[in-house]
Design a protein around this ligand. Structure first.
Ligand code: FAD
Length: 355
């Protein structure tokens, strides 16, 4: 028996480890496109930007993989899936056969619609974080576009490094799409108090210039000037490699409540790429949260190791964020915080970070 896992980040690594913890004795092949040891992403907008080492974000070392008998293949993306043969096609021309396949390919940063080039950054990978942290030096002017979690965290971290930060967002407040206006406003005030220059309710029309002298033109005709631009406008599921597989792809790999691809009981999806039928709400749900990736990995590993005792996936839906000395915890659907869309399923709290 072989389980192939495509995507060697938190979901893929935890699935491989959980298979062994569940007593799975088959071969486990873990395939990752990046040529570095699997690493964790939450620190990339926080501690890693202020100088944490690569070892502090490593999720699985070669020695740990060996100990668990995980066949770790890094730097080699999967480029296709042959379902009739139950084989993966890899970019190096090799094929990997499987009995079960776990799709854990996550998402990538939505690319800049205003052009790319030196000095214009996104933040998703370790490589992105390395390039960005080299820019975060005191008094440098950084313009962060997008006030979701990533944009707000980068703004807070950069400010702490003495960088001059301007944050632009189409929303009225920081993270308000996710947190609602009331909590969003508290975060806007918090950022302003610390010295972030927030330009809210404005969209970017154009970016001109070059590193060291960018001009960001806004929809009201005003201009911002900065040395560096960071764009945090969401993410896109990594599903292109499955496009000719016949699997249902719609904003992720569509799965049933067991995280199994529709019509393909041997194929499972976990983490940011998985769009599964919520067993209680009944809707198709895709979450981009660390805890969800870990919990889905455990669920799928259990279902592969114990096919006679399959469990549906019912998440807690927990996410956290660290900004300045605040740690935000959210449980449930958080559009709830807006009084007009309040649902008792949502719960949030925030306060000084625990030391
Ligand atoms: C900067 C940052 C900060 C974050 N902070 C928080 C936080 O504070 N709290 C929180 O809850 N969540 C946070 N998140 C979100 C969290 O990190 C993600 O939910 C989590 O990483 C999802 O894990 P994943 O394994 O599903 O996907 P990913 O982490 O996206 O990993 C997918 C992996 O698959 C690989 N891959 C893609 N295509 C292929 C292919 N064809 N073949 C082989 N490999 C492939 C990719 O290279 C990647 O390594 C943060 C994310 C980022 C980027």
């Amino acid at each position: 028996m072989t389980t192939a896992i495509v995507g060697a980040s938190i979901a893929g690594v935890r699935a491989a480890q959980a298979l062994r913890a569940e007593g799975y004795r088959g071969d486990v092949v873990l395939i990752g496109s990046e040529p570095v040891l699997p690493y964790d992403k939450p620190p990339l907008s926080k501690g890693y930007l202020v100088g944490a080492g690569a070892a502090e974000v490593t999720l699985l070392t070669a020695a740990e993989a060996l100990e668990l008998n995980i066949d770790l293949r890094l730097g080699v993306p999967a480029v296709g899936l042959d379902r009739a043969l139950s084989e993966l096609r890899l970019a190096n021309g090799r094929r990997v056969g499987f009995d079960d396949l776990v799709v854990a390919t996550g998402v990538r940063a939505r690319p800049s619609p205003w052009g790319e080039g030196e000095g214009i950054h996104v933040l998703r990978t370790l490589d992105d974080a390395d390039r960005l942290r080299a820019e975060l030096v005191p008094d440098r002017r950084i313009i962060v576009i997008g006030a979701g979690f990533i944009g707000a965290e980068v703004a807070a971290t950069a400010l702490g490094l003495g960088v001059d930060v301007t944050l632009v967002s189409a929303t009225r407040d920081l993270m308000s799409r996710r947190l609602g206006d009331e909590i969003g406003a508290l975060f806007s005030q918090k950022h302003s108090r610390h010295g972030v220059h927030a330009v809210l309710g404005r969209t970017v029309a154009q970016i001109d210039g070059a590193k060291g002298d960018f001009r960001v033109l806004l929809d009201d005709g005003s201009e911002l000037h900065g040395d560096v631009v960071v764009i945090g406008i969401g993410a896109v599921p990594n599903v292109e490699w499955l496009e000719d597989s016949g699997l249902e792809i719609d904003d992720g790999l569509v799965c049933d409540e067991f995280l199994t691809a529709l019509g393909a009981p041997e194929i499972h999806a976990i983490g940011d790429v998985a769009r599964w039928r919520h067993p209680v709400r009944g809707d198709l749900t895709r979450l981009e949260h660390w805890t969800n990736a870990v919990d889905q990995a455990r669920c799928v590993a259990h279902n592969i190791a114990h096919p006679d005792d399959r469990r549906s996936y019912l998440p807690v839906e927990y996410v956290w964020s660290d900004q300045f000395n605040w740690k935000l915890h959210i449980v449930g659907r958080t559009t709830a915080v807006n009084p007009e869309t309040w649902s008792p399923a949502g719960w949030w709290s925030f306060g000084p970070a625990a030391s």
